[in-house]
Ligand binder design. Structure first.
Ligand code: ZN
Length: 632
């Protein structure tokens, strides 16, 4: 038995613990003693205090009530309003997952209902929300985890051994290094590599979709520091492809370690990666990885809640905080070497309230080095306030509707699309806009479903609508799913005015380009961009360079497309603008000793770094790709 488990077991009455295992960094004790399982007299809490680890007590599998009988008890136990749907047993871990439409009603005040239920069934019940919108893809993800529960159990135990073998109370590391494998002075392929004597960790691992060559598109996996065979873990801030898109490839190359992220990030990343495979195949290109590699990623993902402290290697402990960027996005705090160095990586953040989310978190237990994004870090990157975007969007839709046209909005898969949905629904509900169909193409529907599965990640106002008033904006009848090529054709041929939301946001491929080809020549229609348009994308050519004609090549055939529709851009940004970034440095607590600026064009990174230095007298660096810094 590993030292830490031996010490914990010593704290329990003799003979009560029948078995113990790791589930990642969590320690699980099993008992055959019913009395002790029902009331451990605060001993588990004492152990948690003493070891600063998550420790859970479960009944020994031999003591669990027969699943058939337990299911009957569970169904009878909860009030009808709780809306219990699926009940899934994981017999090797003595866990039962109960899906409920209203988890609050099933859990009771401070978990009171679950406590009673535990006693009756001798299983550990977990209540999970049934997504308000059904999505086969979410069900698939959950099924993958369920089908492989035996593999998961062994995998999580292995992770625990990696963290705790050789565990001693005061582990000290001597140094910390950080190498930029991507995302240095650029937007796209974010990938940081953190090394200590004990750990090798990737922070994000994305793809630069705007790049033309593989050398520019993928992170520098060929850097001499990096060896995939030694990689301990990937920590993922959020699901955007420039942060997550390369992870399945790591599994294709044989990586079998964990990815740490929030639950929505796991689900959305899997969807976005699956979509990228689909798009590549539709365009007759060889996809970088296939569905099985994405499945491996899902199988190896360990989800964390915000503000949950979690060991990931012997000398690195991470905590995720709300980043305010997209659903499930996180700022990562890393406590390295038991307090030797505290590193904060913001990923992408928004430091203001958005339609969907609360502003990013800015208080940390400690922080010596902060890595800040600079997408809108340039001097002139000042965004209009949110209500102006609402107004502009409303006017754009009204004007297009009045002339009988269609509004095409290319959107990123996640974030913007749901922002726009909530904005339109609000306009319709307040009668500022007459109801009209809003089509969601392809995976946008699934990503919206994920938003309904994790409302606890949304801002207070949306949560209030969803929980208390049953006015879930995502369930409005104006939203229609477009699930096939045939249905897409129906939308194109639909006679009346409508709004079409489709990926990709930058017109780098996907359904938005298909709609554009069909809608572009009609001046009644409108094309409304909603996101950052990097150079090299079709979006940049149309909006920034004013292209009036596009040529699409299909082998030897050419398709010429005239741009006659109205073109505009409405910034519903999910990034902090220059003002917010400067304000973030002002507000962040404690004040970091050093700020690394990344995830922005060269001039923006340099300008933001120099302004932060001038105003705050903090050391700032804008690292280039392949730069290595010694943090400590
Ligand atoms: Zn992002």
């Amino acid at each position: 038995m590993v030292e830490i488990i031996k010490e914990i077991v010593k704290m329990m009455p003799e003979g009560t613990i029948s078995d113990a295992s790791f589930e990642g960094a969590n320690i699980v004790l099993y008992t055959k003693d019913k009395e002790f399982f029902v009331d451990n007299k605060g001993l588990i809490r004492e152990a948690v205090e003493a070891f600063k680890k998550r420790i859970e007590l479960r009944p020994d599998p031999s003591k669990c009530l027969d699943p058939e009988k337990a299911e009957k008890v569970i169904r009878k136990f909860f009030p009808e309003d709780a809306g219990i749907s699926q009940i899934l047993f994981d017999p090797q871990r003595s866990i039962v997952i109960i899906e409920a439409e209203k988890p609050g009603l099933a859990i009771g005040k401070q978990g009171s209902m679950l406590k009673d239920l535990r006693e009756q069934i001798m299983w550990v019940p977990y209540v999970r929300r049934t997504p308000a919108i059904k999505s086969p893809l979410i069900e698939n993800i959950r099924a993958v985890l369920y089908q492989h529960s035996d593999y998961r159990r062994k995998f999580l135990d292995k992770i625990g051994h990696r963290i705790y073998d050789g565990w001693t109370r005061a582990k000290k590391s001597e140094w910390v290094r950080l190498t930029y494998l991507g995302g240095g002075r650029q937007v796209g392929r974010s990938c940081l590599f953190l090394q200590t004597p004990e750990s090798r960790i990737l922070l994000d691992c994305g793809i630069n979709v705007a790049a033309d060559t593989p050398e520019e598109m993928y992170p520098h996996m060929d850097a001499p520091e990096f060896n995939i065979a030694d990689l301990d873990a990937v920590v993922l801030t959020h699901a955007h492809i420039d942060h997550s898109g390369f992870i399945p490839y790591l599994y294709k190359m044989g990586f079998r370690g964990p990815v740490y992220c929030t639950a929505p990030t796991r689900d959305i990343s899997a969807l976005i990666c699956l979509d990228s495979v689909k798009i590549a195949k539709a365009e007759n290109q060889e996809p970088l990885f296939d569905q099985d590699d994405i499945k491996e990623m899902v199988k190896h993902t360990i989800t964390l809640e915000y503000e949950e402290v979690h060991d990931i290697t012997p000398d690195v402990r991470i905590t995720m905080y709300n980043a305010g960027h997209i659903l499930g996005s996180a700022v990562i705090h890393m406590n390295i070497g038991n307090g030797l160095h505290n590193f904060v990586y913001t990923g992408d953040i928004k430091f203001g309230r958005s339609v969907l989310l609360e502003p990013t978190h800015c208080q940390f237990p400690r922080c010596e080095t902060l890595t800040l994004e600079a997408t809108y870090g340039g001097k002139n990157d000042i965004q209009p306030p949110g209500f102006e975007a609402d107004q502009k969007l409303c006017e754009a839709i009204k004007a297009t509707v009045a002339r009988g046209g269609k509004v095409l909005m290319p959107v990123l898969g996640t974030g913007k699309a749901q922002d726009v949905m909530v904005m339109i629904e609000r306009l319709v509900r307040s009668k500022e806009l007459a109801p009209l169909p809003v089509y969601l193409d392809g995976m946008l529907w699934d990503i919206t479903a994920i938003h309904t599965a994790y409302p606890e990640f949304l801002n207070q106002e949306l949560r209030r609508l969803i929980f208390h008033k049953d006015e879930n904006p995502f369930l409005s009848a104006i939203f229609k799913r477009v699930g096939s090529v045939k249905e897409r054709q129906d939308v194109i041929e639909y006679e009346g005015p409508c709004v079409i939301l489709a990926t990709s946001g930058m017109l780098t491929g996907g359904p938005s380009v298909e709609y554009l080809k069909n809608l572009a020549d009609n001046p009644k229609n409108a094309l409304v961009f909603t996101c950052y348009l990097p150079e090299g994308t079709l979006g940049h050519r149309i909006f920034n360079m004013g292209a009036k004609e596009l040529v699409f090549k299909h082998g030897v055939k050419q398709e010429v497309c005239k741009i006659n529709l109205e073109v505009m851009k409405i910034t519903v940004s999910d990034h902090a603008d220059r003002k917010q970034l400067m304000n973030y440095i002002y507000k962040v607590y404690p004040k970091p000793k050093r700020v690394l600026v990344n995830h922005g064009e060269i001039s923006k990174c340099l300008d933001l770094a120099s302004s932060i230095h001038k105003q705050h007298r903090i050391e700032t660096i804008a690292p280039r790709n392949l730069d290595t810094l010694r943090l400590r």
